[in-house]
Design a protein around this ligand. Structure first.
Ligand code: BDP
Length: 588
C-alpha cells in the first residue's frame, strides 16, 4: 500500500482536526442507524488522538465498545474526473465508515492503514459536500491482535451488566482515530503499488534495483533519482517488473542515511517512492548491514504520551529522535505494534535501524493457562495474524530503516499448539519478504522453547533482578550469561536482548541503591552490560523502555510503567547519562 503523496496528478486533503464525537454508551448506535443523520448530542474530539485521556469521566475513558466520530468534507471542483480515495492511517481497533449514510468500509486491526475508493459516491452526488461517520470499537477478544477478553461479572456486589475489557499486555488499550485521515486523488488509471527490492554485488559497487509496479495505468518511464535529483538509472521498459542498475551506489548506512527516489511515470499517473540501498545478512554470530557487523543500541518504545495517548504526534517524534541521537542509540523496536508511517519516514532519514513488530502481544500466561490449546488462540486469530503481517509488509516494505520483522512478542512457545501456529506465521512472513530476517521476541526459557529453529535472530526479554530476585543486582551477570549461552548453544543464532529494565521513580535517590531509585536503574543496567560484553554472539541491547508509559491499572503499576530511561514527558533519569556514555563510546 502506498502512502498518499502530492504531485502534478495527485492531491491530498488532510481531514485531521476537530470532529464530532459520541460515546455509544449502550452500543446501540449501529442498530439504531446513527449513521443515517448527523450525530445527536456530540462533543468535540481531536483527530488524530486517543480519546481516553481527553474525556473527564472514568466510565467514558474505560468505555468498552463503540464510539462515534463524524466530520464533513467538501470535494473541490478541481477533483472532477479524478479517482478519490479515503484513507485512515490507523484507528483502534474496529472501524465501520459511512459517507452520507452509505457504508464504505469495515476494517479490523488498530495499527495499520486502511482505505476505500469513494469516487462513485462523490460522482453520484450533486452536492459535493459529505458527512463522514465512523463507528469505532475498542473491544479485543481472542480473534484480535492484540488479544483480550471482555470480562462480565454478576451477582452480589456487581451492578447489572457489569463488564470490563481485560487485556494481557502491559500498555493501556488506547482507543480512537490515532493517525491522520486523508482524502487523496489519483488519475482514473493509476499506480496501485510499487515494491522495490535491492541487491548489491560482493564489492558493493553495483546495485540491482528490482521494481514491481502494479495498478491499472501503463508505465512509460521509471527513474532512480539521487539526493541531488540527478538520474542514477532509468528505464522505459513497460513490463510489470523492471530491473535497474545503479553503479557505485551510495549506501543507506545506520546513522548515515542516503535515500534514493524511484519516480514512476505512467500514461496518466505518477508516483515517487523513497528507498535506500543497503544489504542485511545474518550469520550465526553477526547481524551485518552492508557487510559490516551491526550492534543494536537502543530501546523498546511505545507510541504514548500525556494527553495524546497513542495519537500521532509529530513534535513528540522529533523530540524522541533527538533524544535517541543524543544518547548514541542507533535503533529501536516498534514494540508492540507497527508505528506510524510518518515515524518510519523519519527513521529512514535519520538512519535509524528498526525492528518492525506485529501487534501479536499477550499470548502467554507463564504456565498458568494455555494459550494455543484451542481455548484461546484459534483459527481466526491465525487468519488475522497472517492478514496483519501482509498489511504490515505491504505498508513498510520499501523502508530501508526496517531491517527485521518481529512476528510476535512473548508468546508461549513452549506449548505444542504454538509450533504449527508460529511455523505458519514465520513461513508467511518469509514468503512475503525474503530480503529481511525474521525474529520473534521471547520470554520463554531456551529448554522449553519449540519454535526458534525457524528464526534468524533470537530476541530475548529478561528481568533478572527485577521480576525474579527482585532488588538483587548481584545475580544478574551470571544469570544473563548462563541463559544467553544456553540459547546460543541450542540454536546458534545471534542474539539481541530486546528488553531489560527496572521501574524507576524520577527523583528517588538511594545510597546504597534500592529498587525503584535512579541509582538502582543504573546499577541494574551496568550488570547486564557486563554480561553482554563477554558474549560474542550478542548483536544488540535494547533497554526497556525508552520512556515511561501508560498501562492498565494494576497493583504494580502506579500511573503506568516506570521503566523509562526518560519520564513520560521525555525528561532524563540518571540512567540516560549512563547509556549515553556507553553508547557514544562502544561497539558498532
Ligand atoms: C515484558 C513486556 C513489556 C512489559 C515489560 C514490563 O514485553 O510489554 O512492559 O515486560 O513488565 O514482558 O515492564
Amino acid at each position: 500500500m502506498l502512502y498518499p503523496i502530492e504531485n502534478r496528478v495527485r492531491e491530498v486533503k488532510n481531514l485531521s482536526g476537530i470532529w464530532n464525537f459520541k460515546i455509544d454508551k449502550n452500543n446501540s448506535g449501529i442498530s439504531e442507524r446513527w449513521y443515517e443523520a448527523p450525530l445527536k448530542d456530540a462533543v468535540l474530539m481531536a483527530v488524530p488522538s486517543s480519546y481516553n485521556d481527553l474525556v473527564t469521566d472514568a466510565s467514558e475513558r474505560e468505555h468498552v465498545g463503540y464510539v462515534w466520530y463524524e466530520t464533513s468534507f467538501i470535494i473541490p471542483a478541481g477533483w472532477e474526473g479524478r479517482r478519490i480515495v479515503i484513507r485512515f492511517g490507523s484507528a483502534a481497533h474496529h472501524a465501520v465508515c459511512w459517507i452520507n449514510g452509505q457504508e464504505i468500509l469495515r476494517h479490523k486491526g488498530g495499527f495499520l492503514p486502511f482505505e476505500a475508493e469513494i469516487t462513485e459516491i462523490v460522482e453520484a452526488s450533486e452536492e459535493k459536500e459529505f458527512r463522514l461517520t465512523v463507528a469505532l470499537s475498542n473491544v479485543l477478544d481472542w480473534t484480535c491482535l492484540p488479544s483480550g477478553e471482555v470480562v462480565t461479572k454478576e451477582g452480589k456486589g456487581y451492578p447489572e451488566g457489569y463488564h470490563y475489557q481485560d487485556t494481557f499486555f502491559d500498555f493501556y488499550n488506547y482507543s480512537g482515530i490515532h493517525r491522520p485521515v486523508k482524502l487523496y486523488t489519483t488519475p482514473k488509471r493509476y499506480i496501485e503499488d510499487i515494491v522495490i527490492t535491492t541487491s548489491l554485488n560482493q564489492e558493493m559497487t553495483r546495485a540491482e534495483v528490482v521494481c514491481r509496479i502494479t495498478g491499472t495505468d501503463k508505465i512509460k518511464k521509471i527513474q532512480i533519482l539521487d539526493e541531488n535529483g540527478l538520474a542514477a538509472a532509468e528505464s522505459t521498459d513497460t513490463a510489470e517488473t523492471v530491473t535497474l542498475t545503479v553503479e557505485n551506489p551510495k549506501l543507506w548506512n545506520p546513522g548515515k542515511a542516503y535515500l534514493y527516489r524511484l519516480r514512476v511515470e505512467g500514461e496518466e499517473d505518477s508516483y515517487t517512492e523513497t528507498f535506500g540501498i543497503r544489504s542485511v545478512k545474518v550469520t550465526d554470530k553477526e547481524f551485518l548491514i552492508n557487510g559490516k557487523p551491526f550492534y543494536f543500541k537502543g530501546f523498546g518504545k511505545h507510541e504514548d504520551s500525556e494527553i495524546h495517548g497513542r495519537g500521532m504526534d509529530l513534535a513528540l517524534n522529533v523530540k524522541d529522535f533527538n533524544l535517541l541521537k543524543w544518547m548514541g542509540a542507533n535503533s529501536f523496536r516498534t514494540s508492540h505494534y507497527p508505528y506510524s508511517e510518518e515515524l518510519l519516514m523519519m527513521a529512514d532519514r535519520e538512519g535509524f535501524v528498526i525492528i518492525d513488530e506485529a501487534p501479536a502481544v499477550g499470548m502467554c500466561f507463564w504456565q498458568e493457562k494455555k494459550v494455543f490449546d484451542g481455548t484461546r488462540v484459534n483459527e481466526k486469530t491465525l487468519e488475522h495474524h497472517l492478514d496483519t503481517l501482509k498489511d504490515m509488509y505491504s505498508r513498510d516494505k520499501n523502508h530501508p530503516c526496517v531491517v527485521m520483522w518481529s512476528v510476535a512478542n512473548e508468546a508461549d512457545t513452549s506449548e505444542d499448539g504454538a509450533v504449527p501456529y508460529f511455523k505458519k506465521v514465520i513461513d508467511t512472513m518469509r514468503s512475503l519478504d525474503n530480503t529481511r530476517p525474521v525474529t520473534m521476541v521471547h520470554t520463554m526459557w531456551p529448554s522449553a522453547d519449540k519454535v526458534s529453529q525457524w528464526l534468524d535472530v533470537i530476541c530475548l526479554n529478561r528481568y533478572f533482578g527485577w521480576y525474579s530476585d527482585h532488588g538483587h543486582t548481584e545475580v544478574i551477570k551470571e544469570q544473563v550469561t548462563g541463559e544467553m549461552k544456553e540459547w546460543y548453544e541450542k540454536y546458534h543464532r545471534p542474539m539481541i536482548m530486546t528488553e531489560y529494565g527496572a521501574d524507576t521513580i524520577p527523583g528517588l535517590h538511594k545510597m546504597p541503591a534500592v529498587a525503584f531509585s535512579e541509582e538502582f536503574q543504573c546499577e541494574f543496567l551496568k550488570e547486564y552490560h557486563k554480561a553482554f560484553d563477554e558474549l560474542d554472539f550478542m548483536v544488540g541491547e535494547q533497554v526497556w523502555a525508552f520512556a515511561d508509559f501508560q498501562t492498565k491499572q494494576g497493583l504494580n503499576r502506579i500511573d503506568g510503567n516506570k521503566k523509562g530511561v526518560f519520564t513520560r514527558n521525555r525528561q532524563p533519569k540518571m540512567a540516560a547519562w549512563l547509556l549515553r556514555e556507553r553508547w557514544t563510546r562502544e561497539k558498532g
